[in-house]
Write a protein of this length. Structure first.
Length: 231
């Protein structure tokens, strides 16, 4: 059995990592009952040495290194297919991948908005994420992320517009949950991708988003099922 190492951004209260992409990998590895070591690089140079794109998560699997949560999960799935995270039925598989992409590419940016663009929430988040880091440096990080958010587009929304859209997608998730998991009776990569983002929103550092998540009963029941499946 190869030695598995997960390089990730640090944990925050109630979550395995501040990064939902790192959480996805934690959950996928735990679901497949694979043991792994968690490593939190503490400077940008070590992250770049692992991944020239300067992003985490990165997986070490024996002598192989894989970056990007989606690629990592596909890599693990190919080597440890049971229990499946990618459904074998082509239509269900497509559905699972579309849900994963919805989590990674849409819900994620609402989480970024809540943590980084809402000033009083950023202050609390930054204290947890960068303990002891001077105020000026925290604000430099914040400016960089706000630039990404602006480029992506969500950062151009007012707080009210962003929250309205966030509530719309939580309503959509609540309405689509007519089966125990997003692709039927079994957990898939789609559940992991969406739930990692929703768990991020449902966290003490983003209390308004958390209250919105908790208003949706189907979402809460499903989140509980996902968390139990990956425990
Ligand atoms: N598509 C990548 C996204 C990873 C990603 O954006 N990670 C963020 C943390 S949530 C990161 O490492 N950001 C550091 C940076 O952009 O400098 C994945 O699924 O792993």
């Amino acid at each position: 059995m190869e030695q598995i190492k997960l390089y990730q951004w640090r944990a925050i209260p109630g979550l395995e990592s501040a990064s939902p992409f790192c959480i996805k990998v934690h959950w996928a590895l735990r679901y497949k009952q694979l043991s792994f070591e968690v490593i939190t690089p503490d400077d940008r140079d070590s992250v770049v040495a692992l991944n020239p794109r300067a992003k985490l998560p990165v997986l070490g699997y024996g002598d192989t290194t894989v970056a990007d949560s989606s690629d990592i999960i596909r890599f693990i799935e190919a080597r440890h297919p049971e229990p499946h995270l990618l459904p074998s039925d082509p239509a269900l598989r497509a559905r699972a991948l579309i849900f994963e992409d919805w989590g990674d590419e849409s819900i994620y940016w609402h989480l970024v908005y809540e943590r980084w663009q809402v000033p009083e929430q950023f202050e609390q988040y930054a204290n947890v994420l960068f303990p002891g880091v001077p105020e000026q440096m925290k604000n430099q990080f914040r400016e960089g992320i706000i630039q990404y958010l602006h480029g992506q587009g969500f950062g151009r929304m007012t707080l009210e517009q962003h929250r309205e859209k966030m509530c719309e997608l939580l309503d959509a998730l609540d309405a689509i949950l007519v089966t125990p998991f997003l692709c039927g009776n079994e957990l898939s990569i789609g559940d992991i991708g969406v739930a990692a983002e929703v768990a991020g929103l449902n966290q003490t550092l983003t209390p308004i988003a958390g209250a919105e998540v908790r208003k949706r009963k189907q979402v809460m029941r499903w989140l509980d099922r996902v968390l139990k499946a990956v425990a």
